[in-house]
Design a protein around this ligand. Structure first.
Ligand code: ATP
Ligand code: PH2
Length: 164
């Protein structure tokens, strides 16, 4: 059984529908789905706010590359156009961790190298896994990060999620 933590985000078009498309596309594998957050863009700040959430999935027969490919297929289905790094996108699916796996392959860095400092990943992850551990960084609850610009959207609940 491999278990993966995925960070999902959207800041173009029907943002919530794109996040829901990930939950729908991964339904057989769902372990947990976090609340949705409205988040100010980091990296390239001059772009629309994102919606972000975290999805935990598990399967017997999907390895880390399988999770990456499934995420990319969902990005493609959302009509994602690959433009500039950290730029606006209909859907982004990042593999944050896969249990027991580290990777230095540039197409699949694990754990994801930015995860430890991104409130947009860590806050929703803690919602669904308060005891989460990020390999190389320790317990997520002990990490120092700013939650400025990250606001829970109580009105948006992913179906299949923890609150539904
Ligand atoms: N853990 C990972 N999850 C998803 N993609 C990864 C991972 N590690 C490396 N990649 C590679 O990153 C590329 C996608 O980069 P993308 O344009 O989505 O980056 P970004 O989302 O703008 O920035 P960041 O990766 O810092 O969030 C893909 O080619 C993919 O193979
Ligand atoms: N708030 C927020 N900002 C971002 C995000 C994201 O998911 N949320 N993703 C990016 C590209 O990976 C760039 N900036």
């Amino acid at each position: 059984m491999t278990r993966a933590v995925l960070s999902i985000g959207s800041n173009l078009g029907d943002r919530f529908a794109y996040l829901q498309s990930v939950v729908d596309g991964l339904r057989p594998f769902l372990v947990a789905v976090s609340p949705v957050y409205e988040t100010a863009a980091w990296g390239v700040e001059d772009q629309p706010d994102f919606l972000n959430a975290v999805v935990v999935v598990a399967a017997d027969d999907v390895d880390e590359w399988g999770w990456l490919r499934r995420g990319q297929a969902l990005e493609n289905a959302a009509g994602r156009v690959r433009e500039k790094r950290w730029g606006p996108r209909t859907l982004d699916v990042d593999v944050v961790t896969v249990d027991g796996v580290t990777s230095e392959h540039p197409e699949l860095l694990l754990p994801h190298p930015g995860a430890h400092e991104r409130a947009t990943v860590l806050i929703p992850w803690l919602d669904v896994e308060p005891d989460a551990v990020l390999p190389g960084h320790g317990p997520v609850a002990a990490l120092k990060f700013s939650s400025e610009g990250v606001r829970r959207r109580e009105d948006l609940v992913l179906s299949g999620g923890v609150n539904s």
